[in-house]
Design a protein around this ligand. Structure first.
Ligand SMILES: [Mg+2]
Length: 276
C-alpha cells in the first residue's frame, strides 16, 4: 500500500501530478491501494481523488478526520454499514471550539490575527498560489484554524496556552495552524483498521515535519523534495528513511518506480526477512 502526502510530495508547485501519471497507472494495474493523508480539506481532497480516479479511504486536515467512501466498500464487495457517500471518523477538535479559544486569547492579550477563513478568495489565491476554485475549497476547514499573527512575538505564549488546553500549534508552509492534538499517523491507524487495510506493507511518502509520524509507521518511509535541512532532521528520527532531492511529482514517481523494481526483483522482501 502507498500512503502519500499531497502538497510538495505528489503534487508539484502548480498542484499537478503529470510527471507521476505513468507510475500511477502502474499502481492501478497492480491494484496497489493509494491512500492520501494530507493537510488539505475534504473538498480539496475529493477534487484530487477524482483526478486520480481513486475511491480509497483518506485522511484530511493533518488527521482532523478520516473518511471511507461508500464506493470503496462496494469495490471490496462489502455492503456499507452507513448511510451517505462517506463514513466519517472525526478525530479533531471542531472549528468553532478552536475559534473560541483564539477569540478568548485575543481578548485576554490584545493580540490580533488574520484568519484564513475570513480572507477573500483572491487573498487566499495570492498567498497560497492556489487557483481560485481550489482556494475556495481550502478556506473551508472543519478541524483546523490557519492564521497569520500580526505580531510574531505572541506565538510562544499562544503555543503554551494552546498546549495547556490540549491543542496543538504548528507552523506550516505559509500559515500557523491551530488544531487538536492529532497527526496524520493517528488518523491513518484508525482508518486503515476500520477499512480492513491494516495488514499491508506500508510505503509512505512525504516532504515535511507534519509527515514525520506517518513516515515512522511505514516499513518503507520516503522523503521527497528533500532539502539538506529536512533530510538531516528526519533521518535523525528515522534512520531507514530513503530520500529523493528531486521534487514532487518527479521525485515521487522516481521513488515509487525504484520500490516497484525492488519488490518485483525480490530484493525488498529479502530486506524485510533480514530485518525481521
Ligand atoms: Mg507536504
Amino acid at each position: 500500500m502507498i500512503i502519500t502526502d499531497l502538497d510538495n510530495t505528489l503534487l508539484d508547485e502548480n498542484y499537478g501530478f503529470e510527471a507521476a501519471e505513468g507510475t500511477l497507472r502502474k499502481l492501478k494495474e497492480r491494484s496497489v491501494p493509494l491512500i492520501i493523508a494530507t493537510s488539505k480539506t475534504i473538498g480539496e481532497t475529493l477534487h484530487f481523488q477524482k483526478l486520480l480516479g481513486i475511491d480509497y479511504p483518506f485522511v484530511v486536515e493533518n488527521g482532523g478526520a478520516a473518511y471511507i467512501p461508500r464506493a470503496f466498500y462496494l469495490s471490496q464487495g462489502k455492503e456499507p454499514f452507513f448511510e451517505g457517500e462517506f463514513y466519517e471518523i472525526p478525530l479533531g477538535v471542531p472549528f468553532e471550539e478552536l475559534l473560541n479559544f483564539m477569540e478568548e486569547f485575543s481578548r485576554k492579550h490584545g493580540a490580533r490575527f488574520s484568519f484564513l477563513h475570513t480572507m477573500s478568495v483572491e487573498e487566499v489565491a495570492k498567498l497560497t498560489g492556489l487557483p481560485p476554485h481550489l482556494a475556495l475549497l481550502a478556506r473551508r476547514r472543519d478541524w483546523d484554524i490557519p492564521f497569520l499573527p500580526e505580531d510574531e512575538g505572541v506565538v510562544p505564549l499562544l503555543e503554551r496556552e494552546a498546549r495547556a488546553k490540549g491543542l496543538r500549534l504548528q507552523k506550516g508552509g505559509i500559515f500557523y495552524h491551530l488544531t487538536g492534538d492529532h497527526s496524520k499517523a493517528s488518523a491513518l491507524g484508525q482508518v486503515l483498521k476500520a477499512s480492513g487495510l491494516e495488514d499491508y506493507l506500508i510505503i509512505a511518502l512525504g516532504d515535511s515535519p507534519n509527515d514525520l509520524e506517518m513516515l515512522k509507521m511505514a516499513q518503507v518511509p520516503v522523503l521527497v523534495s528533500a532539502t539538506p535541512d529536512s533530510l538531516r532532521e528526519m533521518k535523525r528520527e528515522i534512520p531507514r528513511l530513503r530520500a529523493y532531492e528531486e521534487k514532487a511529482a518527479r521525485g515521487w514517481a522516481r521513488a515509487v518506480e525504484d520500490i516497484l523494481k525492488e519488490i518485483e526483483g525480490g530484493e525488498l522482501w529479502q530486506t524485510f526477512i533480514r530485518q525481521g
